[in-house]
Design a protein around this ligand. Structure first.
Ligand SMILES: [Zn+2]
Length: 111
């Protein structure tokens, strides 16, 4: 909700910035004011957007303390411990130490 207000302000500032750019024909100082408006607008957009990546960053934290209760090898049915799981390109891969089969681990939410 707040993000949309910030976007509205940014759009307004961009509009004002362009107005000042057009008016700079009569007064060159307006070019500076216009660029200040534009820079402020882009900063607002940048900070309003920043919230999204933060949510993505949270994912590794879920993987961090591995809360794997019981992972069974789909090949031989052996129960694997956390030591046999490693990250491969961000995807947890488990390697069975009994039959040597590698498979992707789909972490189910524990809550
Ligand atoms: Zn196995």
């Amino acid at each position: 909700m707040i993000r949309w207000i910030l976007y509205a302000i940014a759009v307004l500032l961009i509009g004002l910035g362009f107005l000042y750019f057009m008016a700079s024909y009569y007064e060159p100082m307006r070019l500076i004011i216009g660029s200040v408006f534009l820079v402020t607008a882009f900063l607002i957009i940048f900070f309003a957007r920043e919230k999204k990546p933060k949510e993505i960053v949270r994912e590794p934290q879920i993987l961090g303390p591995l809360k794997i209760k019981e992972i069974r090898c789909p090949n031989c049915g052996a129960i694997l411990d956390a030591d046999s799981i490693h990250l491969h390109e961000g995807v947890p891969i488990a390697k069975c130490k009994y039959c040597g089969k590698s498979f992707g681990v789909t972490e189910e939410p524990t809550w």
